[in-house]
Design a protein around this ligand. Structure first.
Ligand code: PEP
Ligand code: MN
Length: 344
């Protein structure tokens, strides 16, 4: 259940509710926001009835959490979760843009891309140091050397770093450099990795698996949340269908469908969803129009020479064009919404 406290509830009133729940053996999570405090108590209804808590002083109401993914469910939060990635508020009114090459290839390549990503106004640089590749003979990423280059780019261009952790063994190294740790599509049900991500102090970008249903994706998020990490961002990156014109199929409808079921931010990756440069911008526009809170996009200064995913990398000029268009779409969608002033 989710216990919503009255806006003026005192610390003592909140403490009394926590004491009651904990005495009944219920795990609690205190959620404080500038508007009101709430107490999340998954599986509490087995131990305590709502009518025992609702009359307590300072309690506004008790909301049952009926879905099986207790922490990811939209019932589990008083509003939408905004994940702060080095000052970028993912899930807020502003569209969060993450961009960069598929993989870190060299200092020159990374810094060239980072420079124009920063110029575009985006504040998060994406690039993999560890690359999960279909073929064991394909470029596997620069590993620790790639992480070191990312750390340098972070300092040089004042950009947050989004990079992937592919295994538990190297998670800590990635964690040290990343501002947002990506768990890739192939690892969406790597439960050991999800649990490790759940114990991290860094936010997690959870990509949807190639054949995962919305429910499986939310349960994967639940693995991270249930270990204590509340900062999870979901990413739709296309699923496997019988279409052969594109690498994957961008599931546009899953964006609003996910946002109806979960309080977590949802972004889209039109690069892996299409695999084709000419389809990336139209699909980026579609995702933002469908309510995506942000985009993660691949761009490269010399796509023909890229060591991975060259065919889907936007050229710098395309990238600037896309940024202008998607920011414009987002502005139209959030115009007049209270809470934040829009600006990019
Ligand atoms: C990537 O972001 O480069 C990547 C490999 O993504 P995905 O896990 O979606 O395939
Ligand atoms: Mn890629």
């Amino acid at each position: 259940m989710l216990i919503l406290m009255e806006p003026g509830a005192t610390k003592e009133q909140i403490r009394r509710v926590l004491v009651l729940l904990e005495a009944a053996g219920v795990r609690t999570v205190l959620q404080e926001s500038p508007v009101a405090t709430s107490i999340l108590a998954p599986h509490a209804s087995k131990a305590l009835k709502a009518d025992r808590i609702e009359p307590m002083e300072g309690v506004d109401r008790v909301v049952p959490i009926t879905s099986p993914y207790k922490l990811a469910s939209s019932d589990a939060a008083a509003g939408r979760t905004v994940v702060d990635v080095r000052g970028v508020k993912v899930g807020g009114l502003e569209l969060a843009l993450m961009a960069g090459p598929c993989g870190v290839e060299s200092r020159d390549q990374l810094f060239t891309v980072a420079r124009y990503v920063a110029e575009s106004g985006a504040r998060l640089l994406r690039a993999g140091a560890y690359k999960p590749r279909t073929s064991p003979y394909a470029f596997q990423g620069l590993g620790t050397e790639g992480l070191e280059l990312l750390a340098q780019a972070r300092r040089e261009f004042d950009l947050g770093i989004v990079t992937e952790a592919t295994e538990v063994e190297t998670f800590e190294d990635v964690e040290r450099v990343a501002d947002l740790i990506q768990v890739g599509a192939r690892n969406m049900q790597n439960f050991a990795l999800l649990k490790r991500a759940g114990r991290s102090g860094k936010p997690v970008l959870l990509k949807r698996g190639l054949t995962a249903t919305l429910e499986e994706w939310l349960f994967a998020a639940e693995y991270v949340l249930s270990e204590g990490n509340r900062n999870v961002i979901l990413c739709e990156r296309g699923i496997r269908t019988w279409s052969v014109h594109a690498r994957n199929t961008l599931d546009v409808s899953v964006i609003p469908a996910a946002k109806a079921l979960t309080h977590l931010p949802v972004i889209a990756d039109p690069s892996h969803a299409t695999g084709r440069r000419d389809l990336v911008i139209p699909c980026a526009r579609a995702a933002v129009a469908a309510g995506a809170d942000g985009l993660i996009v691949e761009t490269h200064c010399q796509p023909a020479q890229a060591l991975s995913d060259g065919p889907q990398a936007l050229l710098p000029s395309d990238f600037f064009q896309m940024v202008g268009q998607v920011v414009g779409i987002r502005e139209l969608l959030v115009k007049g919404q209270p809470g934040e002033t829009y600006g990019f």
